[in-house]
Design a protein around this ligand. Structure first.
Ligand code: GDP
Ligand code: IMO
Ligand code: MG
Length: 428
């Protein structure tokens, strides 16, 4: 039975939360495999808005077991705040399981994330300031703290002490900040140990058994293809693998057991933070799209940078992720635009590029080559089948399919759970 990966095709905020929620009823497990509370996934159910950061979006579906995989970095304070917030709204969160191998975000990494950005000045990444980058760096440097360390106090204190030997030099001597205290850091983390303990398990083993038993597992990405640390617009990326390959390492589900990859693609493009963005719109044009799409960050509230659909990126995403299904979201936001520009290739220093260029220097020079599609004026928020859409909207989707080289299986026409044009079953 299927193990399906769900990723973002662009720079995040494509509507992954809504897409996961959409198939929630057909799914047994939803695994978050990368990132942490840098993510912000909004799900709207019966007019109620839920903003999820650290928890997998599947937590809103009662039949789903939500899983925080080994590839995730966990801020324990945020985890319990989010769980309490959902419980207070009547959501049952008791099924959540957490990998013993997931890493913890200690307070000093939140501090380091923020001060590093400040020191970078104009060269800053525009991170969410949640300590994500420093915590993944610690993981790779083998000075990270893991969930399982909470259950061996002596080891935890030793590891915090080891990490702080380096970190305090950095905090005090380079960044002119107060040194972190070993006991203070360890005690803050240990305070959550008893409450976390019953949720912690060997999630890779659990998921292996689930798949063997014929259960349906979705691996839900935080962030997106162009924010992937290997395949994205480095260094303006997050610090984890947000593409389909990351689903295997971040969950323990091997590539040979993965049956499909759903890529969520916004009908236009947005980006939060710094970095290149070829189809970006500025001034009034950017404001109009931002307003139409309500493009303000779920996590930091920052206005998102907005621009037209870029199918060079769409094709790249299909290639890197091995996309089997596209979910196109926010088509309703393009209503009223005529014509609708779509970037089909780049002009880079006088040379046409149909594929993503090899270097970031070239990508920074990319000037979009647009094709112009006929727009539509009709309100499409009530459409539920392709036939309900005006011919121009259908032609737009055909062009997306053609240029991004993957079939469109569902189309979002509004934020609500029911506001979807279903074309093909996503869980097959
Ligand atoms: P994620 O991070 O990929 O889960 O996406 P976000 O939740 O950060 O941003 C997507 C936003 O678009 C949210 O506010 C959703 O409620 C909203 N949304 C999702 N799909 C649609 C859609 O088809 N139409 C409209 N108008 N809004 C949508
Ligand atoms: P979802 O899951 C959009 C961006 C940040 C910054 C860069 C690095 O909601 O799509 P980080 O704090 O991760 O070190 O910041 O990545 N970023 C996102 N942008 N959506 C997200 O998540 C993001 N998570 C991180 O703005 O540019
Ligand atoms: Mg988001």
């Amino acid at each position: 039975m299927p193990a399906i990966v769900l990723v973002g095709a662009q720079w995040g905020d494509e509507g992954k939360g809504k897409a996961t929620d959409l198939i929630g009823g057909q799914v047994d497990y939803v695994v978050k495999f990368n990132g942490g509370n840098n993510a912000g996934h909004t799900v709207v159910i019966d007019g109620e808005t839920y903003a999820l950061h650290l928890l997998p979006s599947g937590i809103l579906t009662p039949s789903v077991t939500p899983v925080i995989g080994n590839g995730v970095v966990i801020d324990l304070g945020v985890l319990f705040e989010e769980l309490d917030g959902l419980e207070a709204r009547g959501v049952d969160t008791s099924k959540l399981v957490v990998s013993a191998n997931a890493h913890l975000i200690p307070s000093y990494n939140r501090t380091l994330d923020k001060v590093t950005e400040r020191f970078l000045g104009k060269r800053r990444i525009g991170t969410t300031g949640r300590g994500i980058g420093p915590t993944y760096a610690d993981k790779m440097s083998r000075v990270g703290l893991r969930v399982q360390d909470l259950f061996d106090e002596k080891i935890l204190r030793q590891k915090v002490e080891g990490a702080l030997e380096q970190k305090n030099q950095l905090l005090v001597k380079v960044y002119n900040r107060r040194a972190a205290d070993v006991d203070e850091v360890a005690d803050e983390l240990l305070a959550y140990a008893d409450r976390l303990r019953p949720m912690v398990t060997d999630t890779a083993l659990l998921l292996d058994q689930a798949l063997t038993d014929g259960k349906v597992v979705i691996m839900e990405a935080g962030q997106a293809t162009l924010l992937d640390v290997d395949h994205g617009t480095y260094p303006f990326v997050t610090s984890s693998n947000a593409t389909a390959g990351g689903a295997s390492t971040g969950s323990g589900i091997p590539p040979t057991r993965i049956d499909g990859v759903i890529a969520v693609l916004k009908a236009y493009t947005t980006r939060v933070g710094e970095g290149p963005f070829p189809t970006e719109l500025f001034g009034d044009d950017g404001d109009r799209l931002r307003k139409a799409g309500g493009e303000f960050g779920t996590t930091t509230g920052r206005p998102r940078r907005c621009g037209w659909l870029d199918t060079v990126i769409g094709r790249y995403s299909t290639r890197i992720n091995g996309t089997t299904d596209l979910v196109v979201t926010k088509l309703d936001v393009l209503t009223g635009y005529d014509p609708v520009p779509v970037c089909v290739a780049y002009d880079i220093d006088g040379v046409r590029h149909d594929e993503m260029p090899m270097t970031q220097t070239e990508f920074h020079h990319a000037v979009p080559i647009f094709e112009y599609f006929e727009g539509w004026d009709d309100d499409i928020t009530g459409a539920r089948t392709l036939d309900d859409l005006p011919p121009a909207a259908r032609r737009y989707l055909e062009a997306v399919e053609d240029m991004c080289k993957a079939p469109v299986s569902a189309v979002g026409v509004g934020p609500g759970r029911e506001q979807i044009v279903a074309i093909r079953d996503l869980v097959r």
